[in-house]
Design a protein around this ligand. Sequence first.
Ligand code: TPP
Ligand code: SF4
Length: 282
Amino acid sequence: MSTTDIAAPAAALTAHDFHSGATPIWCPGCGDYGVLSALEHALATHGRPPHEVVMVSGIGCSSRLPAYTSCYGFHGVHGRALPFASGVKLARPDLEVIAVGGDGDGYSIGGNHFIHACRRNIDMLYLVMDNRVYGMTKGQPSPTTEADWDSDIAPGGLGLRPFDPIALALAAGANFVARGFAGRSQELANLIVEGIRWPGFAFIEVLSPCMAFRSEAFGWKENVHPTSLSIVDDRAAAQAATLADDGYSLGLLFKDHRPSLPRSSAPLASLADVEEQFRVCG
Ligand SMILES: Cc1ncc(C[n+]2csc(CCOP(=O)(O)OP(=O)(O)O)c2C)c(N)n1
Ligand code: SF4
């Protein structure tokens, strides 16, 4: 081997390498800034270069995030981040696929896709910036808004029971389930790295306050606390603990070893390869 055959060691990546240079148009104080920062730091730690990462989103303030990163991005239509992300992973299992969006995008119009993405257990990360409101369309209640949340648009509150995304993800079969907080960016970055590296569908619910329409969410920083769960493999125990939880515990809540798709990360050469990789039975 000649000396010219020796590849120079790849330079370590930094968070800056994942920044597109576009200035976010989020409101001052929006939690999504903390999520973007955590994601950039996590990707630098993970170590795959931006061109090997695909960021997919739907519509909403939070769904603007892919444009602020230097990764390949797809800003799709409302509620459809997960079907697009599944398609990307199906076509290119060698790429790192990350879907992002809000609670309106992911739990309301996209709710059915969320359930089935957990069930299919395709190897990707799904990060939901949950501000418990529709930010972009000016403050309508979402599926995670408290029943008595009073606003001009829903005086006295909707009176509808909010659902628990963590319990839903557990019931539907996600392989990795965690909760983070936008105000604790470093902890969130660590969770993101762990989720990316864990095989299967990794779901991280991020409490990310909307300062424009839910300024009282500023108080979430007093509510959050580290989890005492972090249950491995015992899904029933994780579900019971989740239902008894106050909804503000942060960290890894559950992970297991359910077989995931695709079965190999090798680039696919033919339709027969695709069919084999994504065969559901047998
Ligand atoms: C099919 C369709 N229905 C409704 C809308 C309007 N719309 C745009 S964003 C949004 C909700 C966004 O809320 P969320 O996903 O929680 O994101 P946030 O803005 O709070 O980050 C809605 C209802 C749309 N763009 N497309
Ligand atoms: S409206 Fe809310 S969610 Fe949207 S950018 Fe402003 S603070 Fe963030």
